[in-house]
Design a protein. Sequence first.
Length: 206
Amino acid sequence: MPPTGWKLAFPMLSADGTHVGFRGVSLGGRIVYGVLDDARCGYGRRHASPARGCDCGFYCLHTAAEAQALTCATDCGDAVILQVGVLGAYTRYERGMRYARQRVRTVRMAACRCGRPARVFVRDGTGLPGWRALQANCHACAAGLWVLTPAEFGRLAGPGVNVTGEAPHPADSAPPLRQQLAAEAAALRARLDHFQERLRHLEDGA
């Protein structure tokens, strides 16, 4: 069983709409790779990756939590989290691995820009030659737009790829702040009415 890791990537859709890929968030940002692919040098050098004396190659982190934390960075907010199988030659470092070949196993959609859990992919208006960039959105923000469902994305990715949404955080299930404040205000008004009624009774009996 090959080792596994976690990484960030930007989801991409081919120009003809027949398959999906992923774009790196750092050195490999100009290279789109497939579900099963070999690393290529981000500097355009003609050597196998990863190569000594060069920092090219695929990279991944040891845990999903580390990858999730990176989505807080401004430049990575629209990235998805990938669980990958590490294939071929690889080296370990403190936080993860650098390696030659990978298979994408899971695509985890992050939160929509509005903060709600993402449910579909939409085109974000950018791209690379032959590829259109996708962005994960909630249903409300995607209303009226062309959408690609997680099931459709998984079908285009091919067998063995699981596409999931971000699990809601405990805070997401709590009532919105406005509703909480309205409820507290109503309770305070009820208590004030009760005290005023008691005060009137006391004054009437004085």
